[in-house]
Ligand binder design. Structure first.
Ligand code: GUN
Length: 283
């Protein structure tokens, strides 16, 4: 019981594989891969994420262009930067770190990223493709979760997958991806009544609600696979009461070192895929 889904180790291998693919890409197409990273404001968690993304880009050989805008930036100034990057032929991928300050219309800004440069897969077009199970770019955290599960050889076909959280970044897309893998998917959220009745039935439990240690051992079935994500700003505490829950699970992700590093590794792979598809017309 309680095998650890080691995102740190798996992501290191994945980044090395992406690094090799990028070296081959550069030789074949005789050009760099460029990722533009846009950070608005001074959210400390976002600053750390962005720093880690830029560091990973350097490691795999992706050129990153970093744009930091003040919290006071207007909607039209932000839109104009994203439009410029969209039209810049040397840019392969555009990442707008979320959340944006509340006065900005996040959906409108994301919708300006063309699908072929949407490294995060957050635009309505990319989400639409995901919904229709069409080829596109999958959001990084859900893609990282799926990679961890498959890499460990965990059977998904016909399993009960329960997702706590319905965010556009994790809950909704991971539900679609697990549905594509033939899971029976239930999405729970803050208004769900008797949550534990659902979680106790989960073969695969994805907790993406941003409440430290919210999932307790008595909410989990014996032998379940538990993936917990940390989206809080109060230090690195996962949604799952790890020490207690791990006594019951067959597989569990730690925090830190679980899904977080996988998100970044998938982002690097997505940037590579965007560049490759721009060369080969694969969109
Ligand atoms: N904020 C939290 N997670 C993410 C992510 O994966 N991508 C972006 N752009 N913003 C985020």
């Amino acid at each position: 019981m309680n095998k650890i889904l080691d995102g740190k180790a798996v992501s290191a291998t994945l980044k090395d594989e992406t690094k090799e693919k990028i070296e081959a890409f550069k030789k074949k197409y005789n050009r760099e891969i460029t990722l533009a990273v846009v950070l608005v404001g001074e959210n400390p968690a976002s600053q750390i994420y962005v720093r880690n993304k830029i560091k990973a880009a350097e490691y795999v050989g992706i050129k990153s262009l970093s744009f930091t805008l003040p919290k006071s930036v207007s909607q039209s100034e932000t839109e104009s930067l994203v439009k410029t990057l969209s039209e810049d032929q040397s840019v392969d991928g555009i990442l707008v770190q979320l959340p944006l300050p509340e006065n900005l219309d996040q959906g409108k800004i994301l919708s300006l990223i063309p699908p072929e440069k949407d490294v995060d897969g957050f635009s309505s077009q990319s989400m639409g493709k995901l919904t229709l199970f069409e080829k596109g770019i999958a959001p990084c955290t859900p893609a990282g979760i799926l990679y961890l599960l498959k890499n460990a050889g965990i059977e998904l076909n016909g399993k009960n997958a329960v997702i706590c959280g319905r965010s556009n970044i994790v809950g909704k897309p991971v539900a679609l991806m697990l549905l594509k893998e033939n899971c029976t998917v239930t999405v729970c959220h803050s208004k769900t009544e008797n949550l534990e009745e659902f979680t106790k039935n989960a073969d695969i439990l994805i907790s993406a609600i941003g409440k430290p240690k919210f999932i307790k051992a008595d909410m989990v079935k014996d032998g379940a696979v538990d993936v917990g994500i940390n989206r809080t700003e109060n230090g690195l505490v996962g949604d799952v009461d790890f020490d207690e829950v791990k006594k019951k699970t067959s597989y569990i992700t730690p925090v830190p070192g679980g899904v977080g590093p996988m998100t970044i590794a998938m982002l690097m792979n997505n940037a590579y895929l965007c560049a490759l598809r721009r060369e080969t017309g694969g969109f």
